[in-house]
Ligand binder design. Structure first.
Ligand code: SF4
Length: 442
């Protein structure tokens, strides 16, 4: 459960030594409480305090880490609604490969889960999981091996001890998730030996809880839930019940991430996509699709991006130099702030002009141009510092820097800061960039 600042403060040394990067212990406690600092930043916290705080601050939904190259966390959520605070760990999206699929279908799905990726607001959006379902055809391990080569996170769906053991041996470094409907004592030993997470399934929550208790007796706590509902309405209710139970009622037994496989609820792929969208919003930790098509995957990735973005922080684009079109040494350089919407609008309008240019993005903590200027985060000094830091001057001969028209106030000062640059005041509205670029002499 989330701790309050004063609960954390009482465990701190109260010397205000500032080594944690904050002016006082109380300021540090406040940052921990809102998830912006970690206890480990204070070198003086006692082991006892660490123990107590980590137990008390553990999220009601357990955080489970999987993967190696594409490591991700599942669960770890603390609120019911994103606007209350934020959702932390995005739903993992993946494809389900059944052993009895044709070779070319398997190859196609593996290729698709690797190749379908999109870049948006500086973030690469892609699926992270491959579930492999054993159907008794004798080639489960071979398929697991193929999927393992992709570096994706794996879910091993099998009740066969030997298949599971051999698959775990070859893929243990990606920390695959084990999904056996019949979790025998032998399989429990394998889970313990390889220290991997396990999916606990059941027709109802009572059955799931009983199985969890058995696993906990064996010291296994990295658990993922899978309610075996056949109807969307029943599964949806269970997902809500699990999240509400864990967060509001503090029922520890169900405080785990949840796996969902919409393909088991419908044969219609578009319907499957809609169900996946529902589970991303509420409250699936993993969604496995029966196949990967761009028209279903892309909207799901965008939905996930939006839902798992901290509502208290504006979306930002990384600071740096962006090439729009194919700029060369005669191209102009635009500058704007890293509020993502600003970046997209300005980049889009430069693209519309068909005149290649460099676009310099300054980190203003996600503030738009005027707000950043008013907050003194986008001024002649900061712009000049970025121009020097990025060495953009080495890429262009004419050194023409176009600044947003709404910050005309900094024009003179910027000329002084960058004496070897020609500063041009751009239009006030990004929409006027194409006309502006055709009329101005660069
Ligand atoms: S490092 Fe620790 S003791 Fe020093 S100010 Fe930060 S919280 Fe307080």
């Amino acid at each position: 459960m989330a701790l309050k600042p004063l609960d954390i403060f009482k465990f701190l040394p109260k010397t205000n030594c500032k080594e944690c990067g904050y002016p006082t212990c109380l300021a540090f406690a406040m940052q921990i409480a809102i998830g912006k600092a970690e206890l480990s930043q204070c070198p003086y916290v006692s082991e006892e305090a660490k123990k107590q705080l980590s137990a008390e601050s553990a999220p009601p939904i357990k955080t489970i880490s999987v993967g190696n190259k594409e490591k991700i966390n599942l669960g770890g959520e603390t609120v019911l609604y994103r606007h209350e605070k934020t959702f932390y760990n995005p739903t993992g999206i993946g494809v389900l490969i059944k052993e009895d699929m044709k070779d070319e279908e398997i190859e196609k799905e593996i290729k698709n889960i690797i190749e379908f990726k999109y870049e948006r607001v500086g973030v690469v959006l892609k699926g992270e999981f491959i579930g492999i379902q054993d159907t008794g055809k004798g080639r489960f391990v071979e398929i697991v091996n193929k999927c393992y080569q992709t570096g994706k996170n794996l879910i091993l769906i099998t009740d066969d001890y030997e298949n599971l053991k051999n698959s775990l041996k070859l893929s243990k470094d990606v920390r695959p998730i084990v999904f056996s409907q019949n979790i025998t004592d032998e399989i429990i030993q394998l889970i313990k030996e390889f220290n991997v997470p396990v999916v606990v399934s059941g027709k109802n929550l009572e059955e799931i809880i009983q199985k969890i208790q058995k696993l906990q007796n064996f010291g296994i706590s990295d658990i993922i839930l899978y309610p075996e509902n056949k109807k969307i309405a029943d599964l949806f209710k269970n997902l809500i019940f699990i999240r509400r139970g864990a967060i509001l009622k503090k029922i520890k037994e169900i405080g785990y991430p949840v796996l969902t496989i919409p393909a088991f609820l419908t044969d219609n792929y578009l319907e499957e996509g809609i169900y996946a969208g529902i589970f991303i919003a509420k409250y699936g930790s993993i969604v496995l699709l029966s196949k990967i098509n761009g028209e279903v995957l892309y909207p799901l990735l965008i939905e996930r991006l939006n839902i798992f973005t901290d509502p208290q922080r504006p979306m930002t684009t990384p600071e740096g130099v962006y090439e729009i079109g194919k700029p060369d040494e005669n191209s102009p350089v635009f500058i704007t702030t890293n509020f993502s919407l600003t970046y997209f609008i300005v980049a889009g309008e430069i693209e519309n002009s068909k005149i290649p240019a460099y676009l310099l993005i300054q980190d203003t903590e996600g503030l738009s141009v005027l707000t950043a200027w008013a907050a003194d985060k986008f001024n002649a000094e900061t712009i000049a510092a970025l121009v020097k830091k990025t060495k953009i001057g080495e890429k262009v001969n004419k050194k023409v820097l176009i600044i947003p028209g709404v910050v005309a106030q900094i024009y003179g000062e910027l000329e002084e800061e960058l004496p070897d640059w020609k500063i041009i005041l751009g239009p006030r509205e990004a929409a006027h960039i194409p006309v502006f670029l055709k009329s101005v002499e660069i």
